[in-house]
Design a protein around this ligand. Structure first.
Ligand code: AMP
Length: 578
């Protein structure tokens, strides 16, 4: 028996009623301090609306209908009545709260946690019934507000607004007395993106314990990202001397872990995608010769002749069913470009040339479906431009320019200046592409009536942990894509503005969405705007003018969209050039 769940949900109720980040941090840091050390990781996971780190890919496998059944079984209330109530309230958590009868809950954190894990682990024949029974045991002991949060967690609708960064801040304040140690926690989180492990190490071993966290084969590492520049010639300023130039392949990033027995593939969102690419597992076994490793590369789809195909084609491989059929229909190849760990040794702190040469050493080229990314090392912009042109001709998106300096370490989860990307859109005057998260929509008129006419899109302010709007996106969609809007977006409709979204009061879309779907958008330019909140200063934000939809980015999570800081840099760059 450990910490009472009732105390946890009391804090969740407080969090629901605050919108200020500082207030959230204050509530959470006071709370984290009073939780017994053995329960802290569980409470932290629950606060993010889950029961494990994101990369575990926990899926409760319970649809709303099943949850209604379970509430009905636990309370004796008729299913039809519950469904009507659900339609009225729009939130099954609120339905459970209004039905479940105990004044006081009798649940403890470890019990809630254990049963939720059992629900997630139950699969196969008769699993739906078993899940219902398990949920029933929880609901029978729950108070109304405990029932509300249990149901919301199960349906993935927690929406407390406390993102990972807010939790790291709060842990830092709770256990080190200051927010100033947050960067140390964030650094550890980038190597070990498991908020429960970070919380547990900090509570039991202090900051020193957190600093000891290192690469573990089998546990994904947050991937290094690239910055962008305004003009190709700026590379010389950012990277004096020689640098490496590689093709920027138009596919999906993958991190491959091998512990001597098993190979695991992780996506950029740190999901386990091993099952989706059995041929890459086989190729890694055959072509990478080492006792253990963590390497990275880009998966690209190819046609029968070996020509590279765009990212959209590859997206057909994102499936759990019909893997064999699609493996033949959409063949892929892999271009390797980094090495993070080799034979018991961490390589994150080594320079890029060292990492690349170790990668080269262990890669046996037996066929051209599994090779190193094409690279030149130069200090010359003209040569870089020529390489860029040839990369585009080869079907690439552009180039990646990488520092080869002594300090060119692998910066986990960071967008720094050691990697610079240069894409074909940047080469056009006044054109920029942004990855943005869709947070709302305006109903369409005329040809688009009955569907959405424009999507409200936001960037991510990683300092504040909030989303800030930057444009209304209405063009660039094909007729098929417009027809498909409701099917794609309606499951994310939210009853009110997402907690972590900052919008101007005049910006009132017809519907709000939970920030889930990411779009890549090409825009003409960035300008000052009084109605968008991105980089807002003195009542003026930044807006992307004439945005055009390019594609959906299913490989990115909402926190991986273009940051407000990047948009600010792009804007400054443009102003400088005018
Ligand atoms: P972006 O998604 O536009 O921020 O660009 C960064 C992405 O480019 C990485 O996450 C990789 O998926 C991809 N990429 C393609 N080729 C390379 C390469 N040679 N080196 C590093 N990243 C690459």
């Amino acid at each position: 028996m450990t910490f009472p769940f009732s105390k946890v949900v009391t804090v969740y109720e407080q969090l629901e009623n605050v919108s200020s980040g500082n207030k959230m941090r204050e509530i959470l840091s006071v709370f984290f301090k009073i939780i017994p050390k053995e329960d802290l990781d569980k409470v932290v996971y629950l606060s993010t609306g889950s029961i494990a780190s994101e990369c575990e890919g926990i899926n409760f496998g319970m649809a709303e209908k099943m949850v209604v059944k379970a509430i009905s079984a636990a309370t004796g209330k008729n299913e039809k009545e519950l469904t009507t109530l659900f339609k009225k309230k729009g939130d099954l958590g609120l339905v459970a709260e209004s039905i479940v009868g105990h004044a006081e809950g009798k649940l403890f954190v470890d019990e809630v946690f254990r049963i939720l894990h059992e629900i997630a682990a139950t699969s196969g024949a008769g699993s739906q019934e078993k899940k219902c029974v398990l949920l029933g045991t929880l609901l029978r002991k729950a108070s109304p507000n405990e029932a509300k949060y249990i149901v919301r967690i199960l349906l993935n609708k927690m929406r407390l607004g406390a993102g990972t960064m807010t939790i790291l801040d709060s842990l830092s304040i709770a256990f080190t007395g200051t927010k100033a140690n947050k960067p140390k926690l964030e650094h550890a989180y980038n190597i070990c993106p498991d908020i429960g492990v970070i919380a547990h190490s900090l509570a039991t071993k202090g900051l020193h314990g957190v600093e000891q966290i290192s690469v573990m084969v089998g546990r994904p590492i947050k991937m290094m990202l690239a910055s962008r520049i305004g003009q190709l010639k700026d590379i010389n300023e950012k990277m004096p001397g020689t640098f490496a130039v590689e093709e920027k392949y138009d596919g999906e990033r993958v991190q491959i872990h091998y512990d001597g027995k098993k190979i695991i593939l992780y996506s950029r969102r740190l999901e386990n995608i091993t099952e989706q690419f059995p041929e890459l597992v086989a190729l890694a076994h055959k072509n990478l010769h080492a006792k253990s490793y963590v390497v990275e590369g880009e998966i690209v789809s190819v046609d029968q002749k070996g020509n590279l195909l765009p990212f959209q084609v590859l997206m057909q491989r994102r499936r759990k069913q019909d893997v064999e059929e699609y493996r033949k229909k959409v063949p892929v190849c892999l271009f390797l470009f980094d090495l993070l760990y080799l034979d018991g040794e961490q390589y994150l702190h080594k320079s890029y040339p060292e990492r690349r040469s170790a990668l080269k050493r262990i890669t046996k080229k037996t066929e051209n479906k599994f090779v190193l990314a094409r690279q030149i090392v130069t200090d010359n912009i003209e040569e870089t431009e020529e390489f860029f042109t040839s990369a585009l001709a080869h079907g690439g998106e552009g180039i990646m320019v990488k520092s080869t300096a002594l300090h060119s370490v692998y910066q986990t989860g960071t967008r720094g200046w050691l990697w610079i990307k240069w894409k074909k859109e940047y080469a056009q005057e006044l054109s920029d592409t942004l990855d943005l998260v869709v947070v709302g929509a305006f109903m369409g008129r005329g040809r688009r009536s009955g569907s959405y006419g424009a999507l409200l899109c936001a960037a991510y302010n990683d300092k504040k942990g909030v989303f800030e709007t930057v444009c209304k996106l209405g063009s660039g969609f094909s007729d098929e894509q417009l027809v498909e809007f409701p099917g794609r977006f309606n499951k994310y409709v939210a009853s009110h503005k997402p907690t972590r979204l900052v919008v101007h009061k005049s910006m009132q879309p017809d519907v709000w969405f939970d920030p889930v779907i990411i779009v890549e958008v090409l825009g003409a330019e960035l300008t000052r705007s009084p109605v968008h909140t991105c980089c807002e200063e003195g009542g003026q934000g930044l807006a992307l003018r004439f945005p055009r939809f390019l594609r959906y980015r299913e490989d990115k999570s909402p926190e991986q969209v273009t940051t407000s800081k990047e948009i600010w840099q792009m804007y400054k760059e443009k102003v400088k050039r005018r």
